[in-house]
Design a protein around this ligand. Structure first.
Ligand SMILES: [Zn+2]
Length: 103
């Protein structure tokens, strides 16, 4: 695993945790502190956070597969600068311009 993959994985895992914490509100005083974020009583996660979480999961999957850093559209390298700026990016800068919703 390359340096950039290790860095990206750490960053993505941190952000995934932060997002998951957001959907698992801390129990109020006197509440059930052991309640997990996955329980039925958890706050619904926002669409934006769910999308981001999905992108993060996908990027982590690509790191595991060894296909991380490769543009999904053209198959070219994403570039270090882009990966540092947007670790979960699917497309290179050129291709993201052709996909308005892609990051
Ligand atoms: Zn591309």
């Amino acid at each position: 695993m390359s340096r950039i993959e290790i860095d990206a994985r750490d960053l993505l895992q941190e952000r995934r945790q932060a997002l998951q914490r957001r959907r698992a509100p801390v129990a109020r005083a006197g509440g059930d502190a052991r309640r997990s974020g996955w329980s039925a009583g958890a706050e619904p996660i926002s669409d934006e956070a769910r999308r981001e979480l999905a992108e993060i999961e996908a990027a982590l999957g690509r790191i595991e597969e060894g296909s991380y850093g490769v543009c999904e559209a053209c198959g070219g390298p994403m570039g270090l600068q882009r990966l540092r700026a947007i670790p979960e990016a699917r497309y290179c800068l050129a291709c993201s311009g052709n996909h308005p919703v892609a990051r």
